[in-house]
Design a binder for this molecule. Structure first.
Ligand SMILES: O=P(O)(O)OC[C@H]1O[C@H](O[C@H]2O[C@H](CO)[C@@H](O)[C@H](O)[C@H]2O)[C@H](O)[C@@H](O)[C@@H]1O
Length: 242
């Protein structure tokens, strides 16, 4: 990429699941392999590159997996921010007391859907159904989404359908708002943003028009300018930047 080579300061905004790493039925088993860690290390070795992992993952997991690398992190869809070498900070004060009321609803769907389970993050709850029968899981996900949407009307919560997950979180903060805040204090000459999920569309929309936004996977209705088929292509693309 000519513009990448010519740029003085570059920003690489990288989503994790489905972008840097393939999906795994067990979220804690989708850890980065050695190849990915070496690739991220090599990208950050270049002082012209600033690499930000922008993920829906909880901060503890990101830190455990990649915290030893000089990366910036945006965790829990924009709730937590950490610049390389700094402490974690909250995007803004948020409430988590709503989890007490919502958890029993998710438990109901766990009991009704074999293989499904709940993931708890600091400020969100996720119902996972990748390990459930695919038809039953998809149908229960639709049911749960409308059930939750009804319960949270007139609250500042949001229900999001992701890749084999239904997540409930605080509304108003997303990857786009967090990426925009990051950009408000930095002026990269080149931006590459990669992501596979609906939540990454918020990132794409928050980017300036000249940014290289890349949707991973099929790209119907994406706001990204480019697309690549899968995680292997992402790695090839990133390798071509070394
Ligand atoms: O923003 P991302 O980095 O793409 O994170 C989104 C969610 O990732 C995790 O769930 C997804 O990956 C799991 C492991 O491969 C998979 O089992 C699950 O079906 C996917 O939805 C994570 O568990 C969620 O908390 C993140 O929001």
């Amino acid at each position: 990429m000519q513009e990448y080579q010519a740029a003085g300061q570059r920003l690489l905004l990288l989503d994790y699941d489905g972008t840097l790493a393939p999906f795994h039925p067990n979220p804690q088993r989708a850890q980065p392999d050695q190849e990915l860690l070496l690739l991220l290390r090599a990208l950050t070795d270049n002082p012209q590159n600033r690499v930000v992992i922008i993920s829906g993952r909880d901060r503890a997991t990101l830190e455990k997996w990649m915290g030893h690398l000089p990366l910036d992190f945006i965790a829990e869809h924009g709730v937590w921010l950490r610049k390389a070498g700094d402490e974690w900070s909250l995007f803004q004060e948020l409430r988590a007391d709503w989890k007490t009321d919502i958890r029993p609803v998710l438990e109901l769907y766990v009991n009704r859907t074999a293989g499904s389970f709940i993931e708890e993050k600091d400020y969100s709850l996720v119902w996972h159904y990748r390990r459930a029968d695919s038809e039953l899981g998809a149908s229960r996900a639709r049911e749960l989404t409308s059930h939750l949407t009804f319960i949270i009307s007139n609250t500042d919560l949001q229900v999001m359908e992701g890749n084999k997950v239904v997540e409930i979180k605080n509304a108003g903060i997303n990857k786009g708002t967090a990426a925009a805040r990051w950009l408000s204090t930095h002026q990269p000459d080149f931006i590459l943003a990669l992501g596979d999920d609906r939540t990454d569309e918020d990132t794409f929309r928050a980017m300036p028009p000249e940014a290289y936004t890349v949707k991973v996977g099929s790209a119907p209705r994406s706001s990204a300018r480019f697309h690549v088929p899968g995680t292997l292509d992402v790695r090839n693309l990133l390798r071509s930047l070394l």
